[in-house]
Design a binder for this molecule. Structure first.
Ligand SMILES: C[S@@+](CC[C@H](N)C(=O)[O-])C[C@H]1O[C@@H](n2cnc3c(N)ncnc32)[C@H](O)[C@@H]1O
Length: 261
């Protein structure tokens, strides 16, 4: 994969916050610019739980991937990947099943630059990166199918990413992904539920230049899994999804893992 320098410079805006970089700032990463940190701080000022939500999302991702790998799932499609941080999907999955195959999907040029870190998986497995708009479901899945065997179950991850799609696009897009997956596949989904506090965060995040992030009613999240079978414990505030610790603290990020019939 090559990155055209001029095209890269055009796409990377150091003066406009990028979702992947702002998220990286909340996670305590270093792959972000001043403009991203300023927005991250503004949202945190409006909604102090923000960093806890980001950490909880990553922890949910790790627990869900580990659980599914333990059930024998060997293929993962991580849509809206973000910048590489600890416990990337291939690290967690391949620690359980070394021959697991993982395809990452994002459309941020900085994530593309860092994709090499996502592709250094276990030699027994395979990893790939698709630089595409996640809303172009058929194009993404066709490209992913060069790495994934779509006759075998796939876990589709959409974590803290749905908010970038305007309702009702979220439900439609997720359902399109699941319709392309074989029987016995899984959806792993989490996003921010609408409360007065998260609406304040949404408002603070919308600087007018970066794409907005829209918080959702619970049914706009569960609607994505319509017709699928929810794994226990169902749709919950994500720290309560098969927690590793006792008495986790709730966050306004809810999630689910569901299986296709
Ligand atoms: C808030 S981050 C979440 C990252 C990761 N899923 C996690 O939970 O750590 C959202 C990610 O979705 C990506 N994204 C947003 N809109 C997208 C689109 N239309 N197509 C592909 N990726 C998109 C952003 O670039 C960013 O990396």
């Amino acid at each position: 994969m090559t990155v055209d320098d001029a095209e890269f410079r055009r796409k990377v805006r150091a003066d406009v916050p990028h979702s992947a970089r702002v998220w990286n700032a909340w996670l305590g990463g270093k792959d972000n610019y001043a403009v991203d940190r300023e927005l991250a701080d503004a949202v945190t000022a409006a909604y102090p739980q923000t960093a806890a939500v980001a950490q909880a999302s990553r922890a949910f991702q790790a627990r869900a991937v580990r659980h599914l790998a333990g059930l024998g799932v060997r293929q993962f499609l991580d849509v809206g990947t973000g910048l590489p941080v600890e416990n990337s999907t291939h690290e967690v999955a391949q620690a359980v099943v070394p021959d697991a195959r993982i395809v990452y999907v994002d459309n941020d040029p900085i994530v593309l630059i860092h994709a090499a870190a996502l592709l250094a998986g276990a030699p027994e497995g395979r990893t790939a990166y698709v630089d595409a708009d996640l809303a172009h479901v058929d194009a993404v899945v066709d490209e992913a199918a060069k790495t994934l065997d779509l006759t075998e179950p796939v876990a589709v991850l959409l974590l803290s990413t749905l908010g970038h799609l305007t309702p009702p696009d979220g439900i439609r897009v997720v359902q399109q992904y699941m319709a392309r997956m074989p029987s016995g596949s899984f959806l792993v989904l989490c996003d921010t539920v609408k409360t007065p506090q998260t609406l304040a965060a949404q408002e603070a995040y919308d600087s007018g230049e970066n794409p907005p992030y829209l918080v959702r009613e619970p049914e706009e999240i569960t609607g994505c899994a319509e017709g699928l079978e929810l794994l226990e414990p169902g749709f919950v505030s994500i720290p309560f999804w098969r927690p590793d610790e006792e008495d986790p603290a709730p966050v306004d990020q809810w999630g689910l893992v569901a299986r296709t019939p």
